[in-house]
Every structure is written in C-alpha cells, then in structure tokens.
Design a protein around this ligand. Structure first.
Ligand code: UDP
Length: 236
C-alpha cells in the first residue's frame, strides 16, 4: 500500500490517504511536544518505538476482543489503519494519582486510587484541551450519548486488559489517554497507545518510563522508550 495525499500533520504523526478510501497510513515522527506545544524537541527513534509498541498493544487488545483502527504495520514508522472520523474527546483513565490530577487536587503523585477515574478533555488546541464532562459533550454536540458511553466502556476494558498485560512486564499503568473515531457508525479505538500517551512506571523502582522524562527533563528519555519497547514487544 502506497502513501497518497497528506491529509493532516499533527504533533507526533502525519496521516496520509491511500488508494483505498477506507484506509489511511499513519507516519510516526520523532518530534516531541509537551504543554500543548509550548515545549518542543525530538526523541531519537521515538516514531519507530511508538509505532511498534502501539501495533503490539492494538494486536494484543484485538486478541482480547477490543477492536481498533489498527490493520498492520507497513514499515518501522508506518501503520495502516482504518480511516476513522476522530471524536473530539480525549478519554483519560487514571489508576494512580499523577500529572494534572495531582495538581488539581493538591495531592502528591503515586497514590493508588481506590477506584478508577475516567476524564474527558475537549480536543481543541486553541482552548488548551479543557476538561469537560458528559453533559458538556451532549449539550455542545461534541459526541452522542451512545458514542461517549461506548468510548467510556471500551476505555475501562482497555484499562483492565492493558494493566494486567503491563504488570506481567513489571510496568505499572498509572494513567493513559485514548482517542476514538467513528468508522461507518462504529466507535473504534484509534490513535496510538505508547509512552507518549501513557504514564508507565517500573513496578519495583517506580522509575518513570514515559514522556514525563521529556516533559520534566529527567534525562534518559530514549533509554526509557527503548525499555518499554523491549518489555512490551519482547518475549516474557
Ligand atoms: N495525555 C496525552 N495527551 C495529552 C494530555 C495527556 O497523551 O494531550 C496523557 C498523559 O501522557 C497521561 C494522561 O494522559 O498519561 C493524563 O495526563 P494529565 O491529565 O495528567 O496531563 P499532563 O500531566 O500530561 O499535562
């Protein structure tokens, strides 16, 4: 499958059309941004790792009955995916206190939550992706009740399956962000699942193995991404 017209260039990926109107090619870049683009940089071979890790996790989720846009890896930086119409809601799932939740609630990072928290953010760079709730989503016609409820149920299922999968590899799934898209009326899991979009801590040392190393300038960013790739994609 050949790359066609460039449809969209985001912060971490470029989306290309193909000769099949139902399929796109996702090209994973090394560019890294944080704080809604305010911090810019690049992480060597991040695109290769994020493509590989996302592909592995989407395959694993499919085996557990959770469908996504993923079709196949075409090359080290390219993924063939179903062409979805992305829902303008980012779904964040949290198992431990970290990041913006720690700030908002005035709590320290690392505490296990007694219950999983699901949050919604409105995908709008100009507004800085504000947090919204289900009522905002419905009243402002951002998605239908069926779409957001399906996305939420899928996100909780992903959390169960992914937490267990990662724990077997000595990784704690602290929190993560998912995106969904409409594919001929079906709400499909889309985008990517990788160290850019998840907080991943070593189970024993609690060392951060994710994009927080870049956001907070903790060093060893490439090493952390490689370590996640090794644990997720390597044999146990
Ligand atoms: N996240 C993401 N993209 C965003 C915002 C958040 O992938 O635009 C992920 C982030 O990596 C973390 C989770 O969503 O795993 C929760 O992020 P949080 O709200 O704590 O925001 P942050 O601290 O990243 O600003």
């Amino acid at each position: 499958m050949e790359r066609g017209e460039k449809l969209y260039e985001g912060k971490a990926k470029i989306i290309y059309a193909t000769d099949d109107p139902d399929k796109n090619i996702l090209y994973f870049k090394d560019d890294a941004t944080a704080f809604n683009g305010a911090k810019k940089g690049s992480i060597l071979d991040k695109g290769v790792i994020n493509n590989k890790v996302s592909a592995k996790l989407f395959q694993m989720l499919a085996e557990k009955g959770i469908e996504s846009h993923f079709i196949e890896m075409l090359s080290d930086r390219e993924m063939l995916a179903k062409k979805v119409d992305i829902m303008l809601v980012e779904v964040v799932v949290r198992n431990y206190i970290a990041g913006s939740l720690a700030k908002r609630m005035g709590r320290s990072e690392g505490e296990k939550l007694p219950e999983t928290i699901v949050e919604y953010y409105y995908k709008d760079d100009a507004l800085n992706d504000p947090m919204i709730n289900r009522d905002h989503i419905l009243v402002f016609n951002i998605a239908t009740a069926e779409q957001i409820d399906t996305a939420r149920a899928t996100a909780l299922k992903v959390n169960q399956v992914l937490s267990a999968y990662l724990l077997e590899r000595d990784i704690l799934l602290v929190d993560f962000k998912l995106e969904f898209g409409n594919y001929h009326g079906q709400m499909l899991l889309a985008d990517e699942i990788c160290p850019d979009t998840c907080r991943l801590w070593d189970r024993h040392t609690l060392e951060k193995l994710d994009k927080d190393r870049f956001r907070r300038e903790l060093g060893n960013v490439e090493e952390a991404y490689l370590e996640v790739c090794r644990r997720v994609c390597g044999d146990l």
